[in-house]
Design a protein around this ligand. Structure first.
Ligand code: FAD
Length: 419
């Protein structure tokens, strides 16, 4: 089948791979000049195969409402007359019950675990190199109470293989020596040793290389201005490039355009229930790479993640509900960087830090939108929120399975189109 994938972020390039391996003729279209110049460019880099959890959880509404207007709050909301955003907030708060959190977590982890396995297979098959690490991720807790609560919750999962190692005191420093100099003391940490880390841009570039090797065509600097549909059946897309418009014929189209998927679906009466949630990262080129932490770590108190990526250290966090504004608010980004001296006071870098912001395509339940729409031949692979890398390989595979007329290997309850 002749197919177009709109978007060359991590979701688009993994979808194209799965489709071409199924024998389809695939073209990926992106308005940018290269893969991963959108939200996939410089995120925190975690592949939370075992630890993915929805943002909505009991206690979150209180945390948000207490501080949402402050420039240093983890979650900031810029209130505006925007019905889609208001509806999203209502749904998000509605998902913050214990029962919904458990239900969503089960659905999320079904896909994240599947996706991690596929990522590992792909890495081996194509010798992908993307500054990855495979020795896990540590959540750090400042108080005994927060550590014990998180530990008890982690032990509550049914599958014993996904339980973390609980570490405190010398054991924590032994596994992560960089913490020996930390300015704040941590009551303990939970080490999930099967999670991985990824440089998002490098991974997407490597996947695009594997795509091309398998016959995928890429059209960069090309904007999809609309999906062409006749009698409720896709017949291609309209594109604009170099000041000219053109039609690309296709029997099926996959929307993998991040937050812009909302605009491409809208003409068909599809209101994709997702909003842009801005986050920040700062990447430092370390003077002494041997001082880098061995693991990615998150200080649960600040909700900021530190990730070693080759000779670089990335610090990422924040969630701003502020529409499509992509500008980097330096004051806000610096509150992310301010987490660094607490953990690694001796960190030194050369050159200017690389500041970045990206818009997470976020649903109110943190689950992506995968699969068919009521328009024949129009497919979704979008809404991955804060888990694009965690879920990309699995999402691409299941969407390709459905397009190819095969039953996906996992149950997709909760992961298909919701409006
Ligand atoms: C601060 C931060 C930290 C994060 N940390 C993590 C993490 O640790 N782990 C994790 O798994 N995820 C993380 N994420 C989330 C992850 O980055 C996203 O889920 C993921 O990048 C989404 O990928 P995507 O391919 O759907 O979208 P994008 O990467 O945005 O790709 C969409 C592409 O579509 C193109 N496009 C849009 N409209 C059109 C059009 N009309 N025509 C042609 N092309 C178009 C864009 O140019 C873009 O290249 C983080 C995000 C942020 C902001």
């Amino acid at each position: 089948m002749k197919l177009v994938v709109i978007g060359a972020g991590v979701v688009g390039v993994t979808t194209a791979y799965a489709l071409v391996r199924d024998g389809h003729e695939v073209t990926v279209v992106d308005r940018a000049a290269a893969p991963a110049l959108g939200c996939s460019y410089a995120n925190a880099g975690l592949v939370n195969g075992l630890t993915a959890a929805p943002w909505s959880a009991p206690g979150i509404p209180a945390t948000v409402l207490k501080r949402f207007w402050r420039h240093d709050a983890a979650y900031r909301v810029r209130l505006r007359p925007d019905p889609a955003m208001a509806a999203w907030i209502v749904r998000f708060f509605g998902n913050c019950t214990a029962s919904r959190t458990t239900e969503i977590k089960t659905q999320l982890r079904r896909l994240s675990g599947y996706s991690l396995g596929l990522l590992q297979e792909l890495r081996a098959a194509h010798d992908l190199a993307y500054d990855q690490r495979t020795d896990g991720f540590i959540y750090l807790y400042r108080t005994a109470k927060s550590f014990e609560t998180a530990h008890a919750a982690a032990l509550g999962v049914d599958d014993p293989t996904v339980r973390p190692k609980a570490l405190s005191g010398a054991a924590l420093v032994e596994i992560e020596p960089a913490l020996a100099a930390a300015r704040v003391s941590f009551a303990g940490g939970l080490h999930y040793d099967r999670d991985e880390t990824v440089d998002g841009r490098l991974f997407s570039q490597e996947m695009a290389r594997a795509d091309v090797e398998n016959g995928v065509a890429f059209r960069f600097n090309t904007t999809a201005t609309g999906v062409l549909v006749e009698r409720n059946r896709v017949r291609g897309i309209r594109v604009a490039a170099d000041g000219a418009t053109d039609d690309l014929a296709a029997e099926a189209v996959v929307l993998a355009a991040g937050i812009e998927s909302v605009d491409l679906a809208a003409p068909f009466g599809l209101r994709l229930p997702m909003v842009p949630v801005k986050g920040y990262s700062i990447t430092l080129h370390m003077t002494d790479p041997s001082a880098l932490p061995r693991h990615a770590m998150q200080d649960a108190h600040r909700k900021v993640t530190l990730t070693p990526l080759g000779n670089r250290l990335r610090i990422a966090g924040k969630a701003d509900l502020a529409g499509r504004d992509r500008t980097i608010d330096r004051r806000r980004a610096d509150t992310v960087l301010a987490a660094l001296p607490d953990l690694l006071p001796g960190a030194r870098w050369h050159g200017e830090p690389d500041y970045w912001s990206g818009l997470r395509p976020m649903t109110a339940d943190s689950l992506p939108l995968l699969g068919p729409t009521p328009v024949d031949g129009l497919w979704l692979n979008t809404g991955h929120g804060s888990f694009g890398f965690t879920l990309a390989c699995g999402s691409g595979r299941v969407v390709a399975d459905m397009i190819s007329g095969r039953a996906p290997a996992i149950d997709l309850t909760g992961l298909t189109l919701r409006t």
